[in-house]
Design a protein around this ligand. Structure first.
Ligand code: FES
Ligand SMILES: [Fe+2]
Length: 407
């Protein structure tokens, strides 16, 4: 390595020191391919962890609701902002004969949620308030057969739920120091949401883990992002910094020091925050960004167990959520959160950003599907990770510890 290269690229095995317990062993392919292992993940991980649902600002008015199907836990949820302004979560199930209460993705219920099968009606606290022909039933219903509530809490405007009827920890206890590390980022100042969503034929951990390292950007994303992360000073796009917080982790990345945006990209960047940003203004946006104070800083990324990632850039942020449909299919839900557009120049900047991101993520999805096929071929028994894939190793380690934990 020459002296132009950053220390993070030159020093070997530096990140393992931050979490030596996770070891250095290759990971068995069966954790991706075995349907029984997936069944254990469903019960031990997804039915017990706090899971992100959406933003409180997605349901700004009293009576607003949205539905999130959680196939991995075999249920559908309805998240409602009550007349009292409190956000609650319920199983999306009518207590009469089990019809799905809300069939659309979102709406406003004017204070009452009515089942369209036989008209049972609930208030926004989930209380059964009206039953047609109530006198013809044989048992008392109102006040008893209420919607089945699910633990729900909010951190920095992100709504989380927990399907465990008695969660072992609060949301803040679950997030631990990860919450503190990203607290104060102006998540609410980016009301515009651009969504890419698609089903990838690969295990949820494979789809997620490509977003927990950037080394692959030096190889697979060279066409759409030449030199963006892999520069003269960072030929392998290594992490600039990483942290572990029990089940969660974070990493920081810089652009290559010789990165030269194309003319159209430079124009888009000059017209508003979109993708790239410099380290100079990071601290003004949130003091906790850019912990290494690198002038070429581009983002800090929070990897929340089990299936949620937030990229915090200077002025925009992205969320990625990975919903397993079965052990070899994952819905990847990517949302770019951008400031409200005020003029045509800013619109151009955001439209450019949308396309700038689309192709690299498509490249990731295609590779994930090929990896799944390779792992199912039976030709290989384990896969390997180096030190600059430490967050990927950590994801597999945490998931496995959770699956193996005694009840
Ligand atoms: S199933 Fe909902 S009212 Fe009958
Ligand atoms: Fe990628």
């Amino acid at each position: 390595m020459d002296d132009k290269v950053k220390d993070t690229e030159a020093k070997r095995h530096r990140w393992l020191e931050r979490c030596p317990e996770m070891g250095t062993e290759p990971v068995p392919v069966a954790r991706i391919t075995d349907p029984q292992y997936y069944e254990q993940e469903r019960g031990k991980i997804f039915k017990r962890a706090w899971l992100h649902m959406g933003r409180a600002s997605d349901i700004p008015n009293k009576g607003d609701w949205f539905v999130q199907d959680v196939a991995v836990a075999g249920t559908s949820l309805i998240i409602v902002r009550g007349k009292d302004d409190v956000i609650r979560a319920f199983h999306n199930i009518c207590r009469h004969r089990g019809s799905k209460l809300a069939l659309e993705d979102k709406g406003n219920c004017s204070g009452m949620l009515k089942c369209r099968f036989h008209g049972w009606t609930y208030d926004t606290k989930g209380k059964l308030s009206y039953v047609p022909q109530e006198e013809n039933y044989y048992e008392p219903l109102r006040g008893k057969q209420n919607l089945l509530s699910v633990a729900c809490d909010i951190w920095e405007g992100f709504i989380f739920i927990n399907l465990d009827p008695e969660p072992k920890e609060t949301l803040l206890e679950f997030l631990g120091p990860a919450a503190d590390r990203f607290e104060g980022y102006p998540f609410d100042s980016n009301p515009t949401e651009l969504i890419y969503r698609g089903d990838i034929k690969a295990n949820w951990k494979l789809v997620m883990d490509a977003q927990a390292e950037a080394v692959h950007a030096a190889f697979v994303h060279v066409k759409p992002w030449p030199g963006l992360f892999a520069g003269e000073d960072s030929p392998f796009a290594n992490y600039l910094d990483i942290s572990f917080y029990d089940k969660h982790s974070s990493y920081t990345l810089a652009v290559g020091n010789n990165y030269a945006p194309t003319e159209v990209e430079a124009l888009a960047l000059s017209m508003g925050p979109s993708v790239s940003s410099s380290g100079d203004g990071a601290n003004q946006i949130c003091k906790k960004l850019n912990p290494s104070n690198d002038p070429n800083w581009i983002f800090d990324c929070l990897v929340l167990f089990p299936n949620f990632i937030i990229y915090c850039f200077g002025g925009v942020y992205h969320t990625h959520q990975f919903w397993p449909l079965d052990h070899r299919t994952t819905t990847w839900d990517l949302r770019m959160h951008l400031p409200e557009v005020k003029n045509a120049s800013e619109l151009f900047s955001q439209e450019f950003a949308k396309i700038f991101l689309r192709d690299p993520f498509l490249e990731d999805g295609v590779i994930n599907e090929e990896m799944q096929k390779a792992m199912e071929s039976g030709a290989m028994s384990h896969f390997h990770m180096q030190d600059n894939e430490a967050l990927v190793r950590h994801c597999y380690w945490v998931a496995h510890n959770t699956v193996m934990a005694e009840d």
